[in-house]
Ligand binder design. Structure first.
Ligand code: NI
Length: 178
């Protein structure tokens, strides 16, 4: 089922999402929520989604970048990843600003500084512990989604709102000049 996206202004976007108990992960309703989040991310052409963006205050984040993604055509392919109770346990020192958008902030893009490399610990959808290093756009998406689970959106991370652009203007001026 495709779920309705919660937009900024809705208090759930600013609320701290709650951790899942390991026993909760394999429950049919959690697995159904994960499947619905994947369908919703695809429907909105997103590259990531956090559960509070579909009105569920749980620490679940999903990300995936398909080849030639409609909204991020130059981004490298990233296989579907379901992260439960994700934690960023290390941030690389190198910070780079790049463009981000968000399903909860429709129609806008802005440049956001993020660590280029991070170390992540989480559980997968079967409840297995995973730990890995992510870099570049992959690291950016995970930082963006983990922010969501802590009630933050990318606008909070921008250190200069001058790059904030409507999508059409972004395509016309920023993307073509890149
Ligand atoms: Ni977002």
């Amino acid at each position: 089922m495709i779920l309705k996206a919660a937009l900024i202004g809705n208090p759930i976007i600013r609320a701290q999402a709650q951790s899942l108990e390991p026993s909760e992960i394999t429950l049919p309703q959690t697995q159904r929520l994960i499947d619905d989040m994947i369908k919703t991310m695809h429907e909105y052409d997103g590259v990531g989604i956090a559960a509070n963006q579909v009105h569920i205050g749980k620490r679940i984040a999903i990300l995936e970048v398909s080849d030639a993604h409609p909204r991020y055509p130059s981004a490298p392919k990233i296989s579907l990843q379901v992260l439960i109770n994700p934690e960023i346990i290390e941030y690389g020192k190198k910070i780079v600003a790049d463009w981000e958008g968000c399903l909860s902030v429709p129609g806008l893009r802005g440049q956001v500084p993020r660590s280029v490399e991070i170390r992540v610990r989480a559980l997968d959808r079967d409840g297995n512990r995973v730990e890995f290093t992510a870099d570049d756009f992959h690291a950016r998406i995970i930082q963006h989604e983990c922010d969501h689970l802590n009630g933050r959106v990318y606008l909070d991370r921008m250190n200069d709102l001058k790059t904030l652009s409507f999508l059409d203007e972004y395509r016309r001026y920023a993307q073509s000049g890149k």
